[in-house]
Ligand binder design. Structure first.
Ligand code: SF4
Length: 393
C-alpha cells in the first residue's frame, strides 16, 4: 500500500502533529469514549484531529461544526487518506455507504493465519443495533479478488483463512452465489488447510451450507449469533431467528462434532425475570461451547433505545455472569468428553508456553523446547484443565 508514505507514525501522542481517530459508534459508550479522547487530545497539545470510522456518520458533522476536529471522512474515503490529511480547510466527507473496499486482506496472525474481509454491511434491522445505519446494507466483495488474494497468501505459507465481515453469512446473496459456494472454491486452492468463519446467523445455515458440514477443511467450530433464547425477547429485538429452530440446528451441528459459539445480549429492555429464567433454561439445553456476550448498552437512534421497561444495569451484569458461567462449564464438559486428536495451529508464545487454537477453537497451552510459533501440531495426548487444555511436545 502506498498510502501515508509522507508521514511517520509515533506511539507517543504528545509527539504527533496529526491524530486520526478511527472511531466506533456501536454503543453510546463508544461515542462518549471518542468525545473524551478528543477532549484529552485538545487539552494536551496542538495536534490536528481527523475523525474517521463508523463514528464519522453519527457524530462527525457535530464535532466539525464545533471546530473540535479539522476534518471528517467515512470508511470509503480511507483509501484517499493522504489527500484527506493534506486538506487545509475543514471538511466533511462521509463517503458512500454502499462502497466496497478494494482490499480484502484484513489482518494477519503471524505468518499462518489471515483474516479475509468478504463482505461489508448488514441488511438485518435488529432493534438494538446501529451498525446497518453506519455501515450500510450488505454487499459482497468480488469473488475473483478474494480467491486471488487467498491463492497468493497460500503460496506464501498461510494455511488458515478466517472469513470476516459485518454479516458474513449474507455473502453473495445479491450476486446469486453464497457463503457455502465461496468456501468450497476457497477450499480447492492449494495450501488452504482450514477455513474459519466469523459470526453467522442461524438462518444462514441453509441446506446448501449443511452439505459442507462434513468437509475436512471446515473448522469444527461455528459461531452462530442467537442474541437471545427467549422467543419473546427475540421478537423485541427484531431478530430473525426462532428458538425452536435454533435448538434443532445446534443439535444437528453438535451431532457432527462441532463446537458452537454464540453472541448474546443480557438486559435488553423488556427482559423480565421470568423471560430471563426461560432463556437460561433454554441455554442449559443447548450444546454451546463458546460465548461472546454483552450486557445491553443503549444506543441512541435505535428502536430499542425507546423501549420500556429498561433493565437495571446491575441486574444485566449479574445475568451476564450467570450466562458466562453456564457456558464456561459447558465448554469444560465438551473438552473433557472429546476423545480425539487435536489439530492445533500455534499462534504465539508467552513465557515458556506456546499458545494455539485447536479445530474446536479451544485454546491450548503447549510446553516445548522448540519454537513452535506458526506450526501445525497434531496432539494425541494432552491434559484437560478447567481454564484450558495443556500439552507437551
Ligand atoms: S445482524 Fe448483527 S450487524 Fe446486523 S443488525 Fe443484527 S446485530 Fe446488527
Amino acid at each position: 500500500m502506498s498510502s501515508m508514505q509522507e508521514y511517520s507514525v509515533t506511539e507517543d501522542e504528545s509527539e504527533a502533529d496529526i491524530i486520526v481517530v478511527n472511531s466506533c459508534t456501536v454503543t453510546n459508550g463508544a461515542d462518549s469514549h471518542v468525545r473524551s479522547y478528543i477532549s484529552h487530545v485538545e487539552s494536551s497539545g496542538e495536534a490536528k484531529i481527523f475523525l474517521t470510522g463508523c463514528g464519522a456518520h453519527t457524530k462527525g458533522e457535530k464535532l466539525l461544526e464545533q471546530g473540535r476536529v479539522s476534518g471528517v471522512f467515512g470508511q470509503s474515503e480511507k483509501i484517499k487518506i493522504d489527500e484527506m490529511l493534506s486538506k487545509e480547510e475543514p471538511f466533511y466527507e462521509p463517503g458512500d455507504l454502499n462502497h466496497i473496499d478494494e482490499s480484502v486482506v484484513d489482518d494477519f496472525i503471524g505468518k499462518s493465519r489471515a483474516f479475509i474481509k468478504i463482505q461489508e454491511g448488514c441488511s438485518f434491522r435488529c432493534s438494538y443495533c446501529i451498525i446497518p445505519y453506519v455501515r450500510g446494507d450488505a454487499r459482497s466483495m468480488d469473488e475473483d479478488k478474494i480467491l486471488e488474494q487467498i491463492a497468493r497468501l497460500a503460496r506464501n505459507g498461510f494455511g488458515e483463512f478466517i472469513l470476516t465481515g459485518t454479516n458474513v453469512g449474507s455473502y453473495g446473496q445479491k450476486t446469486g452465489t453464497s457463503i457455502a459456494q465461496l468456501m468450497k472454491k476457497i477450499s480447492q486452492i492449494r495450501g488452504v488447510r482450514r477455513i474459519r468463519l466469523g459470526s453467522v446467523e442461524p438462518i444462514q445455515i441453509t441446506d446448501e451450507f449443511k452439505e459442507i458440514l462434513d468437509e475436512p477443511w471446515l473448522e469444527r467450530h461455528l459461531h452462530i449469533a442467537l442474541q437471545h433464547t427467549s422467543p419473546q425477547m427475540l421478537k423485541y429485538m427484531n431478530r430473525r431467528n426462532v428458538y425452536k429452530q435454533d435448538r434443532e440446528l445446534f443439535e444437528l451441528l453438535a451431532s457432527k462434532g462441532f463446537a458452537i459459539g454464540t453472541d448474546f445480549i443480557t438486559g435488553h429492555p423488556g427482559e423480565t425475570q421470568q423471560l430471563w429464567e426461560e432463556a437460561m433454561r433454554h441455554v442449559r439445553e443447548l450444546p454451546l461451547t463458546h460465548l461472546h456476550a454483552f450486557s445491553y448498552s443503549k444506543r441512541d437512534g435505535t428502536p430499542s433505545a425507546q423501549m420500556k421497561p429498561e433493565v437495571n444495569g446491575k441486574i444485566a451484569k449479574e445475568r451476564l455472569h450467570e450466562l458466562e458461567s453456564i457456558v464456561k462449564a459447558k465448554n469444560f464438559e465438551f473438552r473433557r468428553s472429546f476423545d480425539g486428536e487435536l489439530d492445533v495451529l500455534i499462534e504465539s508464545q508467552k513465557d515458556a508456553l506456546f499458545i494455539g487454537y485447536d479445530q474446536h477453537f479451544n485454546k491450548i497451552m503447549i510446553e516445548s523446547d522448540e519454537d513452535l510459533v506458526g506450526n501445525w501440531i497434531n496432539l494425541q495426548k494432552y491434559e484437560v484443565k478447567e481454564e484450558s487444555n495443556y500439552g507437551r511436545v
